[in-house]
Design a protein around this ligand. Structure first.
Ligand SMILES: [Zn+2]
Length: 188
């Protein structure tokens, strides 16, 4: 089935009590993407998506895995028949967060692109509900556009920067070729 990615332009939702723009809940973005996307082999059905205790989302009927991420103006949703994680960020640099993530990843993390790879991996690993330990996220020392394996070879990562930086991660299972990925741009 490969990976399917929806990129949403999201309307503003106001700001929180310290003035930061509010994003849309991940569950709302997933529900929006699932509309008309079919469920397993049935194009007329809609996935019945449950949130698991580990933070991942999965369809109760066809077993598809779903993941969502959002920044102020954009949202990203990904679907795959294997555990998948997606992350989207704006281009704002966050040196403090990067320093912390460098410890989690065991490599020097200095860009929003690397940050999206780290988050996507962590979500796909089903560990997004807790903070990573030192070196626990197998990020490669360098990132590239398109597909690349994780540092430990256990994951495929796909990264793009067209709209803003985003990445998805899926298990590799020893496959030499990455899965297909298709991207859909949508208004929320
Ligand atoms: Zn389904």
């Amino acid at each position: 089935m490969g990976a399917m990615v929806w990129l949403f332009d999201t309307p503003p939702r106001g700001v929180d009590n310290v003035g930061r723009p509010l994003g849309w809940p991940g569950s709302a973005l997933i529900a929006r993407a699932a509309q008309g996307a079919g469920c397993g082999p049935d194009p007329a059905a809609t996935c019945d998506i449950a949130r698991l205790d580990d933070g991942r989302s999965r369809c109760r009927r066809c077993g598809a895995w779903w993941s969502a991420s959002q920044v102020a103006r954009y949202g990203a949703v990904a679907r795959s028949d294997e555990s998948i994680g997606v992350d989207i960020e704006d281009r704002r640099r966050r040196p403090g967060a990067y320093r912390r993530a460098s410890v989690w990843c065991g490599v020097d993390l200095t860009t929003p692109e690397q940050w999206t790879q780290a988050e996507a991996l962590w979500k796909a690993m089903g560990l997004g509900h807790r903070e990573p330990a030192a070196g626990e996220i197998p990020l490669s020392p360098t990132w590239q556009l398109g597909w690349q394996p994780s540092r430990d070879g256990a994951w495929w990562l796909y990264s793009d920067t067209g709209l803003c930086p985003w990445s998805v991660a899926v298990p590799r299972h020893g496959r030499s070729l990455p899965p297909s990925v298709s991207t859909v741009r949508k208004d929320y």
